[in-house]
Unconditional design. Structure first.
Ligand code: ZN
Length: 370
């Protein structure tokens, strides 16, 4: 009898263990945070790419034509018009030293007849040598974006930018839910030194009784940047009140990298992890700032942690393994990030990286079974 009782007791104990275990697993699953919204800087170019984007967690994506729009909608992703960059009468002016740097890392001095492959190899080597950071936070003082950006401060009546926005809005595939913004910033990460900008800068310093120091210049150029962003947002909303604005703050504004909470953009992507590997502590700190302080000025703004990733081992645009990506995603999640913005978008659907994104992101729309 005792034996039987013992057996029954053991069986009960075992079954209760199993129930307990199941409970723990399910509670654990509920407690495991995941990303529920991912803004992608890629395009749903074909059926398989669109499907993989949705599976890897992409919920919001720019589209260039009707086919891409249809694919985005089919897979439950929100489509946007792309992509507004500033207009202006000319490209921003930088110092002669900065211009020489751009010429070097852009290979503008190289023989035009050089084969493309050869040319690219030299350019990548030069960029590695100079620690070029592709518009992200500098690692050395001399670092200037290779691409030109128009002097938006000189676009005083907004006419150049208005024309660009009008064109994008006119050509947008009917049904898109908003517009992406990019390249609103200074190529040297500080300001533009054209005659017009310097005149405005000196008028600002005089009016506010300020000395011409770098710190005071930073205030002026920061204010102009914020003013321009918000002017562009207001213009879009005046034409399309229903449109949402998605932006990535780029290139980096050196004196205040996380100024996004001064902007009216609906989804404000701010870099928390760049293409080049940052310390986990920095990723955590930036994520907390981007998420927690997004609504300090405008209640409707959502702060979106931006992560840059390249899967190319031969490019000078950094390189992260899938395991390194996983660590960064874990850090962002642990720091309160539940949304993401990703560039280069196409890495999300590449083998190895795709599985990592899938592991931490909810699939989009219909694929989620909702
Ligand atoms: Zn200028």
């Amino acid at each position: 009898m005792l034996k039987i009782l013992c057996l029954v007791f053991c069986a009960l104990l075992l079954s209760s263990c199993t129930v307990q275990e199941k409970k723990t697993i399910s509670a654990k699953e509920e407690l495991t945070p995941r990303f529920h919204r991912v803004f992608c800087w890629g395009r749903p170019t074909d059926e398989e790419t669109a499907r993989r984007y949705a599976l890897s967690g992409v919920t919001d994506i720019p589209v260039s034509n009707q086919k891409q729009y249809d694919l985005a909608v089919k897979y439950g992703m929100t489509p946007y018009a792309a992509c507004f960059t500033p207009g202006g009468p000319y490209i921003q002016k930088v110092t002669p030293e900065e211009e020489a740097f751009r010429r070097y890392i852009g290979g503008r001095d190289l023989d035009k007849k050089l084969p493309r492959k050869e040319r690219d190899k030299i350019i990548h080597r030069r960029r590695l040598e100079k620690k070029y950071r592709y518009g992200g936070e500098k690692e050395v003082e001399m670092d200037v974006l290779n691409e030109g950006i128009h002097c938006f401060i000189s676009d005083t009546d907004f006419s150049y930018s208005r024309k660009r926005l009008d064109k994008i809005l006119k050509q947008a595939v009917p049904g898109v839910k908003g517009i992406y913004f990019d390249y609103i910033g200074y190529i040297n990460h500080k300001g533009c030194y054209c005659k017009n900008c310097l005149e405005k800068l000196h008028a600002f310093l005089k009016k506010n009784n300020l000395k011409d120091t770098q710190a005071n210049r930073d205030i002026f150029y920061g204010n102009e940047l914020v003013k321009y962003y918000n002017k562009a947002v207001d213009y879009v909303k005046s034409k399309r009140p229903d449109f949402k604005i998605v932006a990535h703050l780029y290139p980096d504004f050196q004196s205040d990298p996380l100024f996004g909470n001064r902007l009216k953009v609906d989804y404000c992507g701010q870099t928390v992890a760049w293409y080049f590997k940052w310390k986990q502590e920095k990723i955590a700190r930036y994520t907390r700032f981007v998420v927690e302080r997004a609504r300090e000025n405008y209640s409707f703004v959502e702060g979106i942690p931006f992560l840059g990733i390249s899967s190319s081992t031969t490019s000078s645009l950094g390189y992260k393994t899938p395991a390194e990506l996983e660590k960064e995603l874990q850090t962002i999640l642990a720091s309160g990030g539940r949304t993401l913005m990703i560039c280069n978008g196409h890495v999300m659907v590449e083998k190895g990286y795709f599985e990592v994104f899938k592991k931490y992101c909810n699939p989009a729309g219909k694929l989620s079974g909702k």
